[in-house]
Write a protein that binds this ligand. Structure first.
Ligand code: SF4
Length: 282
């Protein structure tokens, strides 16, 4: 298959994954039983949720012709990944710091093949004592050029989402599963994730945020060690080594599918309830 066909096919698989169709084309094995967070979940927000944050909506491009997300049917059993068992946080190192992790990665890391096309290693940015950490999948072109995560169009939308929550971008920490840009913005591959993600787990082990918000399938699947599509567990809470973990759609997906913004805003409201945040006043 030539590279263009491969890239298109991968984009469709990714789209299907976002719709929660992944298990049907990829994983026919019996899924694990659900193990949602049973205690400590945030209270339901009593006020009716707005369909979309004004700030997020203001950043939205015109509605595309892409089909809206299929609603999660109550009749369809929702399987969520296990959060117990081997812990990804076993990467935690006594006395670890973000500086030490950055030093351990080094300025010229060649541990995986993503080093070949990168310009900059994109370590992460934000408050090292953040209560909220956003985890994306990997740097894009703008991020690769600037060495900072989420600075392109999707990054601007993420910043507006953060501000809609009543926070500043500098209040939170933002990082990715892999630190180098996958060529043509493809998804990081398994071996690349396996090689680079221990640095992410160490970052989270140092910051120990109250809430981890996974942006998109790759991040959520890596953090929860599952290959279930994100729509199967988006908006659900997981207890992750003392942090509450929630997965929502990636801002890049929202740029392609603006109707999904209302779902993401609901997820952000759940985070706000946990952190005691009020929406930004206009
Ligand atoms: S993605 Fe991670 S492991 Fe791979 S070269 Fe970059 S920093 Fe090293």
């Amino acid at each position: 298959m030539d590279q263009n066909k491969f890239t298109r096919a991968e984009a469709w698989l990714r789209y299907a994954d976002d719709l929660g169709l992944g298990p049907y084309y990829r994983d026919r094995a019996a899924p694990q039983p659900a193990e949602r967070l049973s205690s400590g979940a945030p209270p339901e927000i009593s006020a009716p949720a707005p369909t979309s944050s004004p700030a997020v909506a203001a950043a939205a491009p015109p509605r595309s012709s892409a089909p809206p997300l299929a609603p999660k049917s109550a009749a369809v059993p929702v399987f969520v990944p296990p959060t117990t068992g081997a812990s990804l946080f076993e990467e935690h190192i006594e006395g670890d710091t973000l500086d030490r992790i950055r030093t351990d990665i080094g300025p010229n890391c060649t541990r995986c093949k993503l080093h070949k096309a990168r310009t900059n290693i994109v370590f992460g940015v934000g408050n090292p004592k953040a209560q909220l950490v956003f985890v994306g999948e990997g740097p894009g072109r703008d991020e690769d050029e600037q060495g900072e995560p989420f600075v392109g169009r999707a990054g601007k939308l993420l910043t507006q989402m953060i501000e809609a929550m009543g926070l500043r971008r500098s209040d939170v920490y933002i990082c990715n599963v892999v630190k180098c840009r996958p060529p043509e913005n493809r998804l990081p591959e398994k071996d690349e994730i396996a090689t680079c993600s221990p640095f992410l787990f160490r970052q989270l082990g140092v910051i120990r945020p109250k809430v981890i918000c996974c942006l998109g399938s790759c991040s959520a699947q890596t953090m929860l060690n599952t290959n279930q599509g994100i729509s199967r567990f988006r908006g659900e809470w997981f207890d992750y080594r003392g942090s509450k973990l929630i997965a929502t759609y990636h801002p890049a997906y929202l740029l392609r599918n603006p109707p999904a913004k209302s779902e993401v805003w609901k997820d952000l409201q759940k985070i706000m309830a946990v952190l005691g945040l009020e929406p930004k006043k206009r």
